[in-house]
Design a protein around this ligand. Structure first.
Ligand SMILES: [Zn+2]
Length: 471
């Protein structure tokens, strides 16, 4: 008991010196917590990839895991993966993320005063500066919020918590901040960082360093002596200076203001990039404008189109690309790629485009396929199908039949799509089958080939599925 008393003194001293952890889980008081947890809960948490050696204690109707992730027993059971989905311990982010482009409405308890409200705005602004596919906005309507940050008072070592990670594509809703530490009076420098941290959990981020908590929490050992506890209030000496040194998702806070590090930004963008190219699929004659959206602040943007030489300009800088076909003869599929470089890391966003009219030029082929592979049409009945090889660029088409002298015998109506049935059936013989296709840029030239119409009823071919037979 004496030792514990001494430890508590150290804890208080540490509070006064404002060198606070998210919890003081580095003391052996945390070991006592852990021992009270049912073994099946510990087993489930470990299966779900959580560290349980410390930072685990009972809290309200459930447990605080890894110091500040609040999970009920039911939530823990849901997190346990099936046989195939065995998680890697301590992923940087969970498998569960918030889906889609979303405006996340975040409620901040009005019981918090101006200092904390400003810290809240600061935390949201940090996320929004990255232009992610998640946009965080303050809402005053708690009932209509996606994330709700509530004040609670507890005379304990717990600074705050987040209710786990996203489920069903939605963020974890509840965040609690202990007003013992987070208030206008306390005015802690890490207030915005802690809010951003708990929101980080809510949208699926895990502690970056939990398996090596010494990185942010100091030496971690069972039965730490008080000396270690003291050291734990500071970064361990000779801690490698790396890009994650000030990460917002460190397991422990040193009570400094820590805006997103370069690596934090990369992690967030990699997880929630909202890069989208706006513009038409078709690049027809004239100027065709494409715009990249959701570019993170500080990102450098370039773009290029492949293959080269199909446009007047195939590369450029900035979030807008104006594309013009090199000539009216260009007719090809292409790829527009915007590249955003931020903190030395490149993020690409691509869009398939079609330049010019449909490609039914001299090299294009269409197939007639009455029986699957025979390559002739039947003159005695319907069922002669044909198709263009590339569906991408064709919205409608037409076919016609000419005799070998070049006289047009039949022209079909304009048909939707890239395939159809040749319903006009001439007498058996050789003809020229031609078709042309239309897309948003216009209509191609007629292209065709000689085809033979045969009397399938004599040959036994039987487009209606009749038996093949030799004469
Ligand atoms: Zn945390």
């Amino acid at each position: 008991m004496k030792k514990k008393t001494h430890l508590k003194l150290i804890v208080r001293t540490t509070i006064i010196s404002t060198l606070l952890f998210f919890t003081f889980s580095c003391t052996d008081s945390e070991v006592v917590y852990t021992n009270e947890i049912p073994q099946e809960i510990i087993a489930s948490l470990e299966k779900a990839g959580f560290a349980t050696e410390e930072g685990l204690r009972e809290f309200r109707d459930g447990y605080l895991v890894e110091t500040d992730i609040y999970l009920t027993r039911d939530q823990i059971e849901v997190l346990v993966p099936n046989e195939e989905g065995h998680p890697t311990t301590e992923q940087y982010r969970t498998n569960n993320l918030v889906s889609g482009f979303r405006t996340i409405r975040v409620f901040m308890d009005p019981d918090f005063g101006n200092f904390m409200q400003n810290a809240f705005d600061d935390a949201l602004a940090r996320y929004n500066a990255l232009n992610l596919r998640l946009t965080f906005v303050r809402t005053l309507n708690q009932n209509n919020s996606d994330i709700s940050i509530e004040a609670f008072f507890e005379n304990s070592i717990t600074l705050g918590f987040s209710a786990g990670s996203p489920s069903g594509g939605n963020p974890a809703r509840n965040i609690g901040l202990n007003t013992l530490y987070y208030s206008d009076v306390a005015a802690r420098p890490d207030a915005a960082t802690t809010i951003a941290h708990e929101i980080g959990h809510a949208v699926g981020f895990r502690h970056t360093d939990f398996m090596n908590r010494a990185f942010s929490c100091g030496v971690v050992e069972l039965n730490n002596d008080e000396g270690d506890a003291g050291v734990g209030a500071n970064h361990i000496p000779n801690t490698p200076v790396g890009p994650e040194a000030g990460s917002w998702m460190l397991a422990c806070s040193n009570n400094t203001n820590r805006p997103f590090t370069n690596a934090d930004q990369i992690a967030l963008i990699d997880t929630y990039a909202g890069l989208v190219i706006n513009g038409n699929t078709f690049v027809c004659s004239g100027n065709n404008t494409f715009t990249l959206t959701h570019v993170p602040q500080g990102g450098t943007v370039t773009w290029q189109v492949t293959p080269a030489n199909i446009l007047n300009q195939n590369t450029g800088n900035g979030t807008t690309a104006v594309l013009t076909p090199a000539s009216n003869l260009v007719s090809t599929e292409a790829t527009l790629t915007f590249s955003v470089v931020i903190n030395g890391v490149t993020f690409n966003s691509t869009k398939d485009i079609w330049v010019g009219k449909p490609d039914v030029g001299p090299d294009a082929q269409f197939s007639n396929d009455p029986y699957g592979s025979t390559g002739y049409f039947c003159s005695s009945h319907y069922g002669n199908t044909y198709s263009f090889p590339d569906a991408f660029e064709i919205s409608s088409h037409q076919y016609r039949l000419k005799n070998l002298s070049g006289t047009v015998l039949y022209t079909s109506s304009i048909r939707t799509g890239r395939s159809g049935t040749a319903t006009y059936t001439p007498p058996a013989g050789w003809y020229i089958f031609q078709a042309r296709a239309t897309n948003a840029c216009g209509t191609s030239q007629w292209i065709g080939t000689e085809v033979e119409y045969v009397d399938c009823s004599i040959g036994g071919g039987g487009g209606d599925g009749g038996e093949e037979g030799e004469l």
